[in-house]
Design a binder for this molecule. Structure first.
Ligand code: ATP
Ligand code: MG
Ligand code: MG
Ligand code: MG
Length: 564
């Protein structure tokens, strides 16, 4: 490929809302273009990277014996009514009507559609197991689409669904998928951790997440320094909540907790909320130090959480009035509200002493409570989280636990019979008895991975693609394309590298100056540049390593040998 023929609109400007390096560089490097909130087009460079990741995912899924299919992006709502999820998916699922007034959804995930595909087509245990997967567009009407490809509304996911005649066989496949995912992330050149996870709206029993380690990650994971143990703190929170089995308190009947006495607050809160609440505080703190979510956690499930978010109208508390903050305090006493961008931290804690046990902080510097600052709070939370985790670790060697940030790049679930039973999808077992399929499901955020690679591999100049994800391996920079000899040598090296199977791009732009070409190289992040410039007089060119920015000179005739 040649720059002169390639649509690669690089720019110095990053969008104002782009806080993450991946978001800034993907836009500045001309990889993607935003068309709406959480909706992105992939331009040629972005499309190449996306396809590379897709190909690796496909290769490993095929190696593991899964079959690629393609399910409709649009699914009739009737399927979601069959499974019962039409009532529980909340606002993330975008619904619409066609001209005949029939209801449809833009697929946020595809359990129902795949059960529908297999139902009545596989009827005997003899035809099991089967694993079907697709790499296809998803739409989730995220409350806060942000961070570019990291949390889009339209995004590309690999979603696989397996069907089994027994739990044991499901566990075999689940383990195979864990191994397959590890191969995929390793091949992509990523540092990652596998952690125990919460199953969220997908449901089922066991689930594991795959986290790409990066400071910008939205999730907090706890990991052991001496063994493979890891868990998402969401899982710890849920676990504690489930144990509590608290009654649901109708929203309208709840009064603002700080108007109550300590005894009343304690009875309102119950006494065992300590750990789970602390876990949420920890999450809130790590979410973003300057933008802390309003939250409180009371045995809430996904639906209650959504209800609570809706109750405050998902107000942006950054600009909230006193009234709105008061209202948020009210809801905060009811159940968890996570991920609301806010400078307000509301902590209702039955364990804090004194009457100021409702804590409202305007921002990090300005807290209206006694005796605690963020660091102290964080330490308290840290200690207690370890306590939560300890209840959860037989699997751990007992080593030191620590917290780190992760980007959820994949999630695998043991679904069991949740969907097959609800949708009456059965097979006949050895004894001729009808049984619902035992199912697993397995997701990878393919487009999120494009951003995750950059979050883990960048510097202040731009992206540094890993070997397997780089759009081109080598960028041949002709310093001055008006100089015939430079242009010719550029072309020669370009042809040689291409003939040797190296993915190469030639910067042959006539009117672009050397500095401009070099900064495009650094911004886009090709692993190597071959710079053809002044030293050509002595038959020398320069090879630049994008990661280390180290340069060395080499004879023209040795370039290909060196790179291949
Ligand atoms: P998150 O916690 O980040 O909202 P999730 O748990 O809702 O993700 P899953 O239902 O587990 O997501 O979907 C499988 C995978 O799809 C996730 O592990 C993630 O990599 C990817 N994914 C989910 N939501 C988005 C999104 N809004 N934008 C890009 N990728 C996403
Ligand atoms: Mg989600
Ligand atoms: Mg998640
Ligand atoms: Mg998930």
């Amino acid at each position: 490929m040649k720059f002169s023929k390639f649509f690669m609109p690089t720019t110095k400007e990053a969008p104002k809302d782009a806080t993450l390096p991946s978001h800034q560089y993907l836009i500045r490097g001309g990889f993607i273009a935003q068309t709406g909130a959480g909706i992105y087009d992939f331009m040629p460079l972005g499309k190449i990277v996306l396809e590379k990741i897709r190909a690796i995912v496909k290769e490993e899924m095929d190696n593991a014996g899964a079959n690629e299919v393609q399910l409709g992006f649009v699914t009739p709502l009737s399927l979601w009514e069959e499974s019962g999820r039409s009532n529980t998916m909340g606002h993330e699922m975008l619904r619409f009507k066609d001209r005949k007034n029939s209801d449809f959804v833009l697929s946020p995930t595809n359990e129902e559609a795949v059960v529908n595909m297999v139902k009545n087509r596989i009827t005997s245990y003899k035809d099991l197991p089967v694993h079907l997967y697709q790499i296809n567009t998803k739409f989730r009407d995220e409350a806060r689409p942000r961070f570019g490809l990291m949390r889009g509304r339209e995004f590309l996911m690999k979603d696989g669904y397996s069907f089994h005649s027994s739990e044991e066989d499901l566990i075999r496949e689940f383990n195979l998928m864990e191994a397959t995912y590890k191969k995929i992330y390793t091949k992509l050149g990523l540092e990652f951790r596998v952690v125990n996870a919460d199953s969220g709206a997908i449901g089922g029993s066991g689930s594991k997440e795959f986290h790409v380690l990066a400071n910008s990650g939205e999730d907090t994971i706890v990991v052991c320094d001496s063994c493979d143990y890891g868990a998402n703190i969401e899982a710890a929170v849920r676990k504690a909540n489930k144990k509590e089995k608290l009654p649901t308190i109708p929203l309208e009947k709840v009064e603002t907790p700080n108007q109550k006495s300590i005894e009343e607050v304690n009875s309102f809160l119950g006494t065992d909320s300590y750990y789970s609440m602390k876990a949420v505080i920890k999450k809130a703190i790590y979410e973003d130090k300057t933008k802390i979510a309003v939250f409180f956690v009371r045995g809430c499930d996904e639906l209650e959480e959504t209800k609570a978010v809706n109750a405050v109208g998902a107000i942006d508390l950054e600009d909230a009035s006193e009234d709105e903050i008061e209202k948020a305090g009210l809801v905060a006493g009811y159940c968890g509200i996570l991920n609301i961008t806010s400078n307000v931290l509301v902590v209702v804690d039955s364990e804090l002493e004194g009457e100021n046990n409702l804590v409202i902080g305007a921002n990090e510097e300005n807290y209206h409570y006694k005796g605690f600052d963020l660091t102290t709070l964080e330490n308290v939370v840290y200690k207690d989280l370890v306590a939560v985790q300890e209840g959860d670790i037989c699997a751990c060697c007992g080593g030191k636990l620590s917290y780190t940030k992760g980007i959820e790049a994949g999630h695998i679930f043991q679904l069991g019979t949740k969907y097959s039973a609800a949708m009456n999808a059965n097979f006949l077992d050895e004894n001729g008895k009808a049984k619902p399929f035992v199912m697993g499901c397995y997701g990878i955020g393919v487009s999120r991975l494009v951003a995750a690679v950059i979050e883990q591999n960048h510097d202040e100049k731009g992206c540094i693609w890993t070997k397997e994800t780089a759009p081109f391996m080598v960028d041949i920079i002709v310093s001055n394309s008006k100089k015939e000899e430079e242009a010719q040598i550029g072309e020669k090296i370009y042809n040689e590298l291409k003939a040797s199977g190296v993915e190469t791009i030639l910067d042959d732009r006539i009117n672009a100056r050397f500095g401009f070409k070099m900064s495009d190289f650094e911004l886009i992040g090709f692993p190597f540049a071959v710079v053809i410039g002044k030293r050509l007089e002595d038959g020398m060119v320069e090879i630049v390593n994008r990661k280390t920015l180290e340069k060395f000179e080499i004879e023209v005739e040795n370039v290909t040998k060196k790179i291949v």
